[in-house]
Design a protein around this ligand. Sequence first.
Ligand SMILES: [Zn+2]
Length: 451
Amino acid sequence: MSRSLPSRVVGTLLGVLLILNTAVITADKGPAVPGAQMRRSGRDGLVVLRHDDTYFPFHVPAPERGQVSVQTANIDVNWNPASCLYSTTPWPANAQSAFSYAVSIWETLLDASQTVVIDACWTPDLAPDELGAAGPTFIYHDPSLPFAETWYPAALANEFYGADLSPREAEVLAHFNSGISWYLGTDGSPGASQVDFATVVLHEVCHGLGFGGSMTVDGGLGSWGWDWSPYPAVYDRFTENAASQPLLDFENGSTALGTQLTSQDIFFSGAQANAANGGTPPELYAPSSWQQGSSYSHLDESFNGTPNALMTYSLANAESVHYPGPVALGMLEDMGWTAADPAPTVTSITPGSAMNTGTVHVTNLAGTNLLPGASVLLTKSGETPIPGDSVVVVPPNQITCDLDLSGAATGLWNVKVTNPDAQWGELANGFVIMDETWTKTFLPLVLRNHP
Ligand SMILES: [Zn+2]
């Protein structure tokens, strides 16, 4: 187990390293970047999804394909490849079908030029309460990436690079517990004592795309960089405490950072994530006792029972969540992904009398009208988002607002319309869920009782 840093890669775009330290891969299986080093991912680099053995009949439907504007991602799966870190048993055919269904949802949500390959392992060796465990196969850093001295997950690094940095290796490594009472259908209707497998696949793929950081607590000391590296993960670049202090401002390997990470009060603050969370940073799971594989790399428990429930740290029986939710998608966007904007669709923007005012016309509202409190946000990759000021909603589908475009870069901006829901609060990133659907599925609300 080496703790030395990789040599810098000279004359190549990206430096290459694998998450966590174990055996060095031989050169013939190495990355496409000459001179780079790769290391196998270790088990402790995986983020787990735990089983909450309570009954919680809650369902978030998959996005309507007709509402998805970008469908360019391609995701391939290797079943039980040699890279699995645990012993495997053969995949049941209906588990593979549910897996493909979940993957197809991600394919409609990401705008990606590079194929994402998932090494998918069906194993009896996970702990009884571990539904799945996943993460990127490799991490990369390079000064040309948006954050220098920062580890990027393989799939996202490939996107920035515009090519597969390691064509012989997958980008995501995901294990699934073969001993669970799974529901292997795709209609989101698990039985009272069943766990919805498609939900778990959606969740683990999200980790593999980069939803998760390197911070950990050991003996009260908080640290980042996966033990052997002084560089944080791109996710770590966005985490902060309730006073908006970046966690990276705390000393690496300090009690102070350990205290923050177990404060039950830490957040992910990024423009897109915040916009998707009603303008405030979404809270992360940070229990007072550090839970390796669960703490920090999941959304707070307050997101249970909401459209953002997928990326909480556990999944209950009878619960199915077939959409990542605007908050998780916003977090991925902040880290560099381009995610699709499902409905509503902005069909036109009519300039007002002044250059910086206008009317936004919105359609495809999935059966509901714009509600008072709806908001407008212009976004463009690499630019500071521009919020609409003095927003006035003109029912059913028109918004007028002022936009301060002074200093804004020229080019195509995305217009995101947020339509608040009276019962469930912010639904952002242009994603609107039909009111009647939510009323039906939310009626049997049951409080979760974590063991
Ligand atoms: Zn997880």
